[in-house]
Design a protein around this ligand. Sequence first.
Ligand code: BLA
Length: 509
Amino acid sequence: MVEFGQADLTSCDKEPIHIPGSIQPHGCLLACEGDTFRVRRVSANAATMLGFAGLAPGVLLSDYLSAATLHALRNGLAHSLSLGRPAYMFGVHLAGATAFDLSIHVSGEDIVIECEPEGAPEDNSQSVASLRMMLDRLRNMSDMETLFRAVVRLMRGMLHYDRVMIYRFDPDWSGKIVAEARSSVLESFLGQHFPSADIPAQARDLYQRALIRMIGDVSYIPVPVQGMPGLGPLDMSLSQLRSVSPIHCEYLTNMGVGASMSISLIVDGKLWGMIACHNYSPKILTLGERTIVKIFGEFVALRIVVLLRTSRLQVTQQTHTLIENFLREAVPMSDMPSYLRQHIADLAPLIPCDGIGLWINGQWTTHGAAPSAPDVVLELVSIAHERAGHHIWHTDHLTGLTPDAAAFLPDVAGVMIIPISAQPKDYVFLFRREILQTLNWGGDPNKTYTSGPLGPRLTPRTSFSIWKEEVQEKCLPWTDNNLEAAGLVRSGLIEVMGAYHQQQLKERS
Ligand code: BLA
């Protein structure tokens, strides 16, 4: 098993980043028993930060806190249990004059209390006012690109990070920077793609559960969390202060980044993307500011849901109209196959593709980018019989199917197969070309990155090259909207082809 901090480039998806055994130093952590508030674990900086002399595993927190404070903590705990996530308490005086912002939640047997120095109350009210304004600005954005541009600009305007990006995941968990606001001295990452390894699966799982991740200073010295003898590791999945994988710190350091903060965008219950912020010097947001930013992220995710739903509806309506027009002209035709062959180009606007092939009654007709060599066409038809049958079938990686499938390239890299006869026999093939034909690193070619102990792999430019290798011979993935449209095309064409076949039978009898 890989231990935290021991992962290398081949094992970073195995690193147990939820049990680092240490925290970042901008706060301190206590973990207690539920009933007695006996301290089970404590971060090495807690006694000093809180002013609790002798604070150590085994002591009772009630020896340090007033009955009123303990009562407030119990309320916080009850609140967290009912929410199923950490509850926040702002400006709590634990002892003495210093006030702290607290995050409290349950992890296994532990009540985890994380304390960070209180943010200035006027900052919080300023942030609330900014939030109000930002939400209002986003309310009427009617397309994704405009929404994304506004989000990164507003976030940068409010928080003053040097760079704010929206990182959108593809179905294979690679990602693309789809919007960026940055200081003018920085090179741009807009439009760049990165492999799934850059945000490994276990990190994505955590970001799905804890919606904000702040790294205040990438060169921090981790503060160990000491526990009572015999305790297993503390699961810090929901902790604010969780220590960071050294691999990720190395990645950020190589880029020259001093601090980062990311907000998860959850769409339909899945991690859709992240708003990722970089600062080139250390930067810590208070718990209050992070709470505001998290609400903003949740609102952005809801706007994305609305726009996705709207676009799905539009696709359905447009496809309906196009297919209806197509069929209206087709229905009176007695020779449906000839009609379809002549009008094959009219199918192109229905689903974005680079070419179309039509296989009807054993005859092949094409439009745009499509294979024409007879053996390749027969191979495609046999793929259709074997894989599609009665259903729509698609791949973004034709050459991954059979060893001799290289014949498909360079014409096409992916296909969607739509059966158009009641018995699997006739098909529409929609083709897409390889993605790579147009994509290249768009950043500053003169920019060099530093390199840490794990070498040059951990830089955006190398990541981009690795992504390019990974997507060789692949086309853009077929989306849910494409599938929806294909379903409509299929039912429309099956209907007219069915009518044609019946007519044929009648004429023959
Ligand atoms: C986490 N990786 C992350 C995060 C981002 C990225 C946004 C979230 C944490 C944060 O906000 O800093 C990825 N950041 C990017 C990318 C760009 C960017 C792609 O700015 C592009 C411009 N990272 C690697 C490799 C590994 C890796 C090769 O690049 C492993 C082999 C690991 N990334 C890694 C880990 C985390 C992470 C372990 C989790 C960090 C944590 O929350 O503890």
